[in-house]
Design a protein around this ligand. Structure first.
Ligand SMILES: Cc1ncc(COP(=O)(O)O)c(C=O)c1O
Length: 366
């Protein structure tokens, strides 16, 4: 155990991490996770209690995403969910040399998907607000398009694509529309505003949502939901030696711990609890933006969720200078900016300390 403690001590704690979309799990998620550690959702007949928790957790997310009848499963995270959603869409079309149309802002998991599923990845332009340009998507789709993708909470800027308009295009053209809400899935339901980005938008066929990001569950906790059960069924393989003959997950053995963790944290926090968490993260984001403005830096976009990107000429250099003060931040590609994620582990005090260090670093360049 001493060896393990030594290695664990090398890991950073989250206090000064502004670059991650993960956060320490809620204590109740950790407790639930530990209780179900040895269970296997891949063989649900042996662990019916864990399987029931997964069904209920998926049901709670389905309700939250505007379609209580949606079906799906708990995955290892956003990458697996995106792979499986596109695989289902491809299988629905019945041909293997098609393409998918994703926004230029899409997560790099879609590049892996192109490689794994032998699909051409077509990248649609963004508008000035860094949302996907629906006209560009329309220009890129053709008879070989198996799915379009919209993002509800882009990895770099936290922006939300016009999913309702994409949904109408999807319906008109008979193409699947997958929404990647890996980050936004546990943020947007708790913000004010009447945008349609989930199953409430007609035409949305599947959604990725990650409890291990803003859902405060344990890692690896992803979620994938489908509007139509036949799409989930398109992922099934025949496994006669298991207690479930037609498993649909990508991985075989799957820990029941994640089902317990998601179930526990969703029941414990409920709508009210999550709203408080998100309100606080948004207040931290506003404080970050206001403080940045005081030292002469503007955000690339007004934050839609708790992702703040600050315009500057040399973000990579600023990033490495901030390391001296132990701050972990990241940068964006285009436009270039410093990227900060205001996760639940951040405090007002640390936001202020960060801003003071940022000002000192920037003064070196002036
Ligand atoms: C929008 C989006 N989709 C997918 C992913 C991939 O999620 P994971 O790292 O859990 O595989 C991320 C990760 O940051 C993301 O931001």
């Amino acid at each position: 155990m001493r060896g393990l403690s030594k290695m664990r001590a090398k890991d950073l704690n989250y206090d000064r991490i502004l670059s991650s979309m993960c956060t320490p799990p809620h204590p109740i998620a950790l407790k639930a996770h530990r209780k179900f550690q040895e269970t296997n959702l891949g063989d649900p007949g042996l662990f019916p209690g864990s399987a029931e928790l997964e069904r209920q957790a998926v049901g709670m997310m389905a309700e939250m995403l505007g379609h209580p009848q949606a079906c799906g499963y708990l995955s290892t995270g956003g990458t697996e969910s995106n792979i499986q959603a596109i695989r289902a869409a491809r299988n629905a079309h019945g041909f293997r040399d098609g393409n998918i149309v994703v926004p230029k802002s899409a997560h790099f998991s879609f590049d892996k998907i192109g490689d794994l599923l032998c699909l051409e990845i077509r990248k649609a332009d963004l508008d000035d607000d860094l949302k996907v340009d629906v006209g560009s998507v329309e220009d890129l789709i053709d008879e070989n398009t198996v799915s379009m993708v919209g993002i509800a909470g882009t990895t770099e800027f936290g922006q939300v694509d016009p999913v309702d308009r994409l949904g109408r295009l999807a319906l008109d053209s008979g193409i699947h529309l997958h929404v990647d809400a890996a980050f936004g899935g546990f943020v947007l339901p708790f913000l004010e505003g009447d945008w349609k980005w989930d199953f409430r938008a007609e035409g949305v066929t599947s959604i990725t949502i990650d409890p291990h990001k803003m859902g405060m569950a344990t890692i690896p906790g992803g979620g994938l939901l489908f509007r139509h059960p036949e799409d989930l069924d398109r992922l099934a393989a025949y496994a006669p030696y298991l207690t479930m003959a037609r498993p649909t997950a990508l991985t075989g053995t799957r820990s029941g711990a994640i089902a317990a963790a998601v179930w526990a944290v969703m029941n414990h926090l409920g709508r009210e609890g999550f709203t408080k968490v998100i309100d606080r993260c948004m207040a931290l984001s506003r404080r970050m933006v206001a403080g940045a403005r005081e030292i002469g830096i503007e955000p690339v976009i007004e934050p839609v969720m708790n992702v703040v990107t600050l315009q500057m000429d040399r973000p990579e250099e600023v990033r490495s200078d901030l390391l001296e003060c132990c701050w972990r931040v990241s940068t964006t590609r285009s436009p270039k900016a410093l990227r900060l994620i205001l996760m639940p582990h951040l405090t007002y005090e640390n936001v202020d300390l960060f801003l003071a260090d940022l000002e000192n670093v920037l003064n070196r360049y002036s």
